[in-house]
Write a protein that binds this ligand. Sequence first.
Ligand code: ADP
Ligand code: ADP
Ligand code: MG
Length: 497
Amino acid sequence: MIEKVLVANRGEIALRVMKTCKALGIKTVAVYSDEDRNSLHVKNATEAFHIGEAAPAKSYLNQEKILDVILSSGADAIHPGYGFLSENSDFAELCEKNKINFIGPSGKSMDLCGDKMRCKAAMLEAKVPTVPGSPGLVKDENDAEKIANDIGYPVMLKSVYGGGGRGIRIVTNDKELREGFESVTGESIAAVGKSAILVEKFLEKTRHIEYQFARDTHGNAVHIFERECSIQRRNQKLIEQTPSPIMDEETRARVGELVVNAAHAVGYTNLGTAEFLRADNGEFYFIEINARLQVEHPITEFVSGLDLVKLQLDIANGEPIPFKQSELKMNGYAIECRINAEDTFLDFAPSTGPVPIVTIPSGPGVRCDTYLYSGATVSPFYDSLMAKLITWGQTFDESRLRMLNALDDFYIQGVETSIPLYKTILNSEEYKNGQLSTDFLKRFEMIERLEKDLVQDRKDKQIPAIASALMHSEFYKSKIQSQNSANQNWKNKMDGV
Ligand code: ADP
Ligand code: ADP
Ligand code: MG
């Protein structure tokens, strides 16, 4: 039985994992970088170990150092959270070799899930439909061009090792394809040190619908319903909800069965997510498996009543899943907003620094997973997710209105946030009507609407309405430029360049 867990992560997800451990009487070990000395996850853990400099390559990605801490702290299991080492199959294997319980799938299964091409092949064998595209990896630009012309533009170039919206590009003609090929290769090499590209048909007006699933070491598997994550920017999720407004019982069960087959097909153990695109014609196409706990897992917790981290621990302990598919019921509606530290009007550039005052929303059906406190710092070294705001309601509208109230109550002094944008989205008729698609922001001109809302807001508050003019001024443009070069510097630092 797991008695002490090292949490190889930081921020809100490290805290989230520790919360369940604490409730179960399991001891926790935190690791932290120079930058995170004063972070909540360090204070929250039973023990904490410093593992290096701020740049992830020198701390949270340092496998040997983390292994050292596991061994010297006497932890018997490791929870990787999401990002960092969570989908690194070499690390999972390193843990296996050292007889440390890695809370996630085996290195072998993770390796298969992490390779979009091999995973798609496994899905086809299991009769799970995938997005039409190249039958294998493309050899070079010429090969890619030939396949793109066969399946017809627009197509998507994807690095099989990509993730988090990186290493993918839409291209609409041969010229763009050649440029795209080069940039996807570069991005993938920068992120993971290698690149291999596949070509997929670009599906227009699609919805991103994913399924939570679990499979235990005895071969039992269940799905824990869908999450709709269509509100995205540059292929990165911003708002998620469950149930999806386009799902009905029959479809939920039918696609759920495919998901269970998918979990068996890749020999998966523990919790995972199968991502699909739902085309306008109602067809579901598998895109990938995320072999870890997902950022948006709390909405599934709200509607299922489960503690998904507890389920992860149970499965890692070798226990069978303690319920049957037929015993799972979906209750109510949940929404999650990812509260990012970024400036919507500076092309979503990271906004970092100290946050002297923070007020965290609460109330019936409101949950906030965050590392923030008054006096915390938002670091430029890590991703911009500061908090996840999650609401539940008996009806969709109750959940939506609770979210709007909670967004109003969330005050974060010192950095720009995505909160104003979310208010505009949640107030829009299109969102209320469930007209969701992955191009929602562009399609319904949400940024432009936000601009108007803010100008109106300022007018209401008797502040001169210069905001809109300012946003298009030379001053702002130069600010964007300097911010972009600052971001590049941070990125280089993060990559340890
Ligand atoms: P989810 O559906 O759980 O949000 P994402 O794909 O957005 O999944 O990834 C979750 C987190 O993992 C992101 O916030 C990001 O920090 C990290 N991440 C995922 N893939 C990569 C990658 N290739 N490079 C760097 N970070 C990544
Ligand atoms: P990542 O590993 O970065 O999460 P995914 O393959 O899951 O990459 O794709 C991320 C997002 O990109 C999807 O949610 C969707 O919005 C978009 N996308 C991916 N593949 C396609 C496609 N073939 N057609 C249209 N959009 C796509
Ligand atoms: Mg994905």
